[in-house]
Design a binder for this molecule. Sequence first.
Ligand code: ADP
Length: 407
Amino acid sequence: MIKRLSDPALLDLLFPFHFILNEQLGFIQLGSSLQKLNSKLQVFEEDFDLVRPGLGIQYTFDSINSYSDQVFILRLKKSAAAILLKGQFVRIADEKKLLFVGSPWITNETVFEKTRLRIRDFALHDSLVDLLQHVKVQQMAVEDVNEMNQVLIQKNEQLVALNREMRDAREDLEIKNTELSKINTELDKFVYSISHDLRSPLLSIKGIIQLIPVKEKISGGAAKYLQMAEKSVNRLDQTIQEILDYSRNARLDLKLSSFSLVQMIEGIFADLRYANEYPVSFSLEVSGSTKIQSDKYRMDTLLKNVIGNAVKYRNPDSLEHWVKVSVSSRNNQHIIRVSDNGTGITEKSMPKIFDMFYRGSSSVSGTGLGLYICKEIVVRLEGTIEVESVYGVGSSFTITVPSAYQE
Ligand code: ADP
């Protein structure tokens, strides 16, 4: 029996689930946390079941008071969760009032969720707070994991979308690539057939011009015009031949055979010696085997162009013009070097000489296709072509190609 009821606020702070009953067992004071569970408590018997003490106890002031030395367990009937309160009754002296002090008896953490009880609803000394804190930490961890999961799902979706876009782009690219290759092949075929068709009438004109006997009496003017016509026809023929060379290289697969580079180079020397109006001194230096397994037609076109240029771009100021070719082989590679003491190439022209239609000099006739074709051929042969040159001194082209290919 306590003598004096302390300050209700202090009581609430220490026992937020307390309540006070009058003699008729009606509620006259409710702790704030108890109110949170049910704010409409009126008559003890209707609102609580007595779980402990069990048998013998009655819903009367005196009966309950007589058990004040025992622990009570009360079941709150009208609440979101079947919540139990554990505590004791104390009689307030002279006032015929019973004070219950206790707190929820929770064995299952889901009660917290159902009743929405929070840490601040418990007194600080209440051991349940530890459990609640533990549950809270767990809940926060679960929320964190859920949040992270959500972010991961979002990122995953973004990745999937990105992947899809990339796949679409790749498919587009593949389609475009196939279309382009088709157009390219068609264009090559077209160039080939046009050049081929153009060449036949041109050769007829060339033949007819050559049929006109030189000694026939043609007045001076007409002879000059005829010469000009022949020059133009020859130039056009050279252009068409080079376009055909380019087209053949682009269209046809490698056709491999074994042949001698010496024989090929000497053949080219002979042709150039015969076609050239000024003297050129040709020399060929060989070390190692000159037998090669390669594409004969492409190799011939390549060497004709490079050796042809070495002859064509002679230096008009030098008394003797020479072209030196050396052939060597090592590590399944043939190296062919073509040097001349011609005009040389200016530094400005050097980076462009392998470009299509690039001409570094207009003093001699040409199409600007020769070295472009050479570069394309070298790519097909899986080799390289390099140039060194000093303007006014001469040039040197180095071609490296495989000596043989694996079948
Ligand atoms: P083209 O001879 O018909 O002009 P090419 O593609 O064969 O075309 O050569 C491109 C340019 O490279 C030539 O115009 C010329 O200026 C330069 N060139 C090529 N070979 C030589 C060489 N041996 N000596 C000097 N210049 C050269």
